[in-house]
Design a protein around this ligand. Structure first.
Ligand code: NAD
Length: 326
């Protein structure tokens, strides 16, 4: 498996790379050729990480390399994990961040089109990840079809699942059918109305007022709470989420459950076609996905989804010029 990780000197990558090398993402029978990609200014630091990966003597790590040249790092990759992007600086509005990072994802998408293996799949983590995925997908054009693209809302999914389990005094594995809808941002909607705890509707086990209020706010604000406590944004939980994200795509979804990722909308549930929005998904385990059909959404859920999708439409308008390039 040839895998490129961009932003290889960043803190998410530092928590992620050793776990890919150890086989946690692609399983114990798959050797990995790992490419560490970053910008020229920091590539020497990536070479330090490369040395550490070599020193780990991971049996599944068939090859590891580092380069600031996308023609090298994206060559024949099966998976592109796009983590690298400029972090939001003090006083920077979300719109500024979108404009600042958009061009990075035009380059990543073009590199995937020009260098990646036929059948390559992409997971976008760098924020704003939904819109960055939209940009990269457009830049890559027809060579890499819609079903190969995804952006990570799995950290939100994991946070919501863990929180529901804690509140219900249950195990995380007892919580099923939970899904994140929309944008990976403070407007995201964790749909508790279809979630189950030990096979019972979450809303029959937990107080609906808590679910509608505190629960949603806690999930939406969890990233900010981690930054406030740790002085840095989520990294080990983000690495865990990316491992879960890819594992959920490459292994069949257990019956009676779903997982969350942002994918290119086919117009389901009224989400405008082409937007990269989070949905409940199933996978057959071949890396592809399908949006779960027939989910019942009450007025509350529909209003929350409409709000987060409206934000995605606004973000798409901010980068309209970058989408015209394809
Ligand atoms: P970090 O600041 O530690 O690392 C950023 C990385 O991006 C560095 O390797 C840096 O060199 C690279 N980079 C900077 N400018 C670049 C450019 N112009 N082109 C390419 N790469 C560039 O950040 P981090 O904590 O590792 O987070 C990485 C990204 O992942 C951020 O955008 C963060 O917001 C995002 N993130 C998303 C989620 C999610 O749930 N989707 C969770 C955590 C982090």
């Amino acid at each position: 498996m040839r895998v490129v990780v961009t932003g290889a000197t960043g803190q998410v990558a530092y928590a992620l790379l050793p776990r890919i090398a150890a086989g946690e993402m692609f399983g114990p029978d798959t050797e990995v050729d790992l490419r560490l990609a970053d910008i020229p200014q920091v590539i020497d630091k990536a070479k330090g990480t490369l040395m550490e990966l070599e020193d780990g003597a991971y049996p599944l790590l068939s090859r590891v390399s580092a380069s600031a040249d996308r023609a090298e790092t994206f060559k024949d990759v099966d998976w592109a994990l796009l983590v690298g992007s400029v972090p939001r600086g003090p006083g920077m509005e979300r719109g500024d961040l979108i404009r600042r990072n958009g061009p990075i994802f035009v380059e990543d998408g073009s590199a995937i089109r020009d260098h990646a293996a036929t059948g390559a799949r992409v997971a976008v983590v760098g924020n704003p990840c939904n819109t960055n995925c939209l940009i990269a997908r457009h830049a890559a054009g027809a060579k890499v079809p819609d079903e190969r693209w995804s952006a990570m809302t799995r950290l939100d999914h994991n946070r919501a699942r863990a929180l529901l389990a804690k509140q219900a005094n249950a195990r995380v594995s007892d919580v099923r059918k939970l899904a994140i809808w929309g944008n990976h941002s403070a407007t995201l909607y964790p749909d508790f109305t279809n979630a189950e705890v030990n096979g019972k509707p979450a809303a029959s086990v937990l107080d609906r007022r808590w679910l509608e209020g505190e629960f949603i706010t806690l999930v939406q604000q969890r990233g900010a709470a981690v930054i406030a406590a740790r002085g840095a944004s989520s990294a080990l939980s983000a690495a865990q989420a990316l491992i879960d994200h890819v594992r959920s795509l490459v292994t069949p979804t257990p019956k009676g459950d779903c997982f969350s990722a942002a994918v290119v909308s086919d117009g389901s549930y009224g989400v405008a076609k082409g937007l990269v929005s989070s949905f409940p998904l199933h996978s057959r385990g071949d890396g592809g996905w399908e949006i779960v059909k027939g989910v019942t959404l009450d007025d509350f859920a529909r209003a929350k989804i409409a709000a987060t999708v409206a934000e995605l439409e606004k973000e798409r308008d901010i980068v309209k010029d970058l989408l015209a390039a394809a």
